[in-house]
Write a protein that binds this ligand. Structure first.
Ligand SMILES: Cc1ncc(COP(=O)(O)O)c(C=O)c1O
Length: 467
């Protein structure tokens, strides 16, 4: 039997079954309990730990519901394949390690959704403003700054956010941080680790990882064509929900206003918080602009998360969150001890970049550019794949989901693409339980590719997938 030595507290805040499920989760995530390993039978574990069968059953049910384990009829419970690294060849099981490395080195066209167009980034201006920030603030720039981030930059962000996303906030509500995960970590501390967090399923794996690494309870909520399924949310008992309404990650649907209002009503009725991650809401190709949830919220139930990773460059590592009044008070009382994570130099450079109008003109330029790339992608797909595929989530953002009607498995799609020098990405890793991912689907990001690369990539995929 695998070694399980949980330290459980029967007078603790959380029921014993949750404590046990959490312990097993941590053991799985840390790799101490391996994928495919069989968990002890309920009876054996109950005897071994001196806990009731009911407690063990509930802990196992919880692990099943969250996708950590799969039940195999008459065989028992086995650890599921979770949280894969998309750069590891575990995603390409028919290929040996050596062959995988060779294929990776041969990738010519990479449909990576994390990449943005670098060719049009105004490096000379950025360089000039970096120098200017350094000289202008010589005496100050080497000292620690405000834990929330530079006030001048927060002022710029507040103004731009209102203009472009309808977010209503003052600069005091903004906290800058080096990426969404850093901010999610801080946010979970502010809201509370004892709360239940509902997540879109499929959804952004990095948020899920942060919460699970913190030992926070997460609950997977399914999606329908309008985004998160609010009825499921109501039944889940969650206190907090994380959503990507402008461009659901990864499926790409834009949450319509009716669903937004339903979600806000949930927050009001259940005294819950909504975390709105608006990571690439700047880029929209069809439909009317829909106000951010934060802009529609009149009760102070929404936390707005934004980033410069898509609108500028990902390596700058500047993201931010806008806290409602209740959470701001908690932050100011308990969490200003956490120092600011973004260099003051980069913050000041970005401040000048925004103040001098470069950000707005960069954004306008990128909107036109991505619109063109998106149009090329869609017309290439239509020309080369015809009705052999469905495109999901094509109304906004920098990636689409491609669904093939040829019954090829995700692995086969990825492997055969690699063989012609094209990299496409799995969808299954975004599910709480990767086995829930049905059908032949892959993700294609287009932000970092040129128009001719997009056309060529689609042509090569036609050949690879024999469409
Ligand atoms: C859903 C989602 N949120 C946020 C981000 C941005 O993360 P960060 O601000 O850490 O660069 C991304 C980037 O790919 C994303 O897909």
């Amino acid at each position: 039997m695998i070694e399980l030595t949980p330290v459980l507290d029967d007078k603790g805040d959380k029921p014993l079954y949750i404590q046990l499920a959490n312990y097993i989760k941590q053991e799985i995530l840390s790799g101490r309990i391996k994928r495919e390993e069989k968990l002890p039978s309920k009876r054996n574990l109950s005897q071994y730990l001196g806990l009731s069968l009911n407690t063990i059953q509930s802990a196992y049910d919880q692990l099943s519901a969250e996708g950590y384990v799969d039940s195999r009829p008459r065989k028992g419970l086995f650890v599921a394949a979770i949280e894969e690294d998309i750069n590891s060849n575990r995603y390409y099981p028919q290929i040996s390690e050596a062959k995988f490395e060779q294929l990776k080195a041969n990738v010519k066209i990479d449909f990576n959704s994390g990449k943005v167009d670098l060719e049009h980034f105004p490096f000379p201006i950025w360089r000039k403003l970096t120098m200017q920030s350094l000289y202008a603030d010589q005496s100050e720039v080497f000292n620690n700054g405000d834990p929330q981030g530079e006030l001048l930059l927060r002022e710029q962000i507040a103004t731009q956010l209102f203009a472009s996303r309808g977010v209503r906030c003052n600069p005091d509500q903004i906290i800058i941080g080096a990426g969404t995960q850093v901010l999610m970590c801080l946010l979970a501390l502010i809201i509370g680790k004892d709360k239940f967090y509902a997540l879109e399923n499929p959804g952004f794996h990095r948020t899920r990882t942060v919460l699970q690494d913190l030992g926070v309870e997460t609950i997977a909520i399914p999606l329908d064509e309008n985004g998160i399924y609010v009825k499921g949310l109501k039944n889940s008992g969650a206190h907090v929900v994380y959503v990507t309404p402008s461009h659901q990650f990864p499926f790409g649907m834009v949450m319509p206003i009716s669903r937004r209002m339903e979600l806000l009503k949930w927050a009001e009725d259940y005294k819950g918080y909504i975390i709105e991650d608006d990571y690439d809401g700047e880029y929209r190709y069809k439909g009317q602009p829909i106000p951010s949830l934060q802009g529609l919220d009149t009760r102070g139930n929404v936390v707005y998360l934004g980033t410069f990773s898509k609108s500028l460059i990902p390596s700058i590592r500047i993201s931010y969150m806008v806290l409602p009044a209740t959470l701001l008070t908690k932050y100011q009382e308990h969490f200003t001890i956490y120092k600011q994570t973004v260099s003051r130099l980069h913050q000041n450079t970005l401040y000048h970049f925004m103040k001098d109008g470069h950000w707005q003109s960069h954004l306008n330029k990128m909107r036109t550019l991505y619109r063109k790339k998106h149009a090329i992608l869609m017309s290439s797909i239509k020309k080369d794949f015809g009705d052999k595929v469905n495109v999901i989530g094509e109304n906004s953002g920098l990636h689409i989901v491609l669904e093939l009607k040829n019954n090829m498995q995700e692995n086969e799609l990825i492997n055969s693409a690699l063989k012609v020098g094209v990299k496409v990405y799995p969808l299954s890793m975004y599910y709480h339980n990767s086995q829930e991912c049905m059908g032949s689907k892959v993700i294609l990001g287009f932000g970092g590719l040129s128009e001719s690369q997009i056309e060529k990539g689609i042509r090569l995929l036609k050949q690879a997938w024999e469409l």
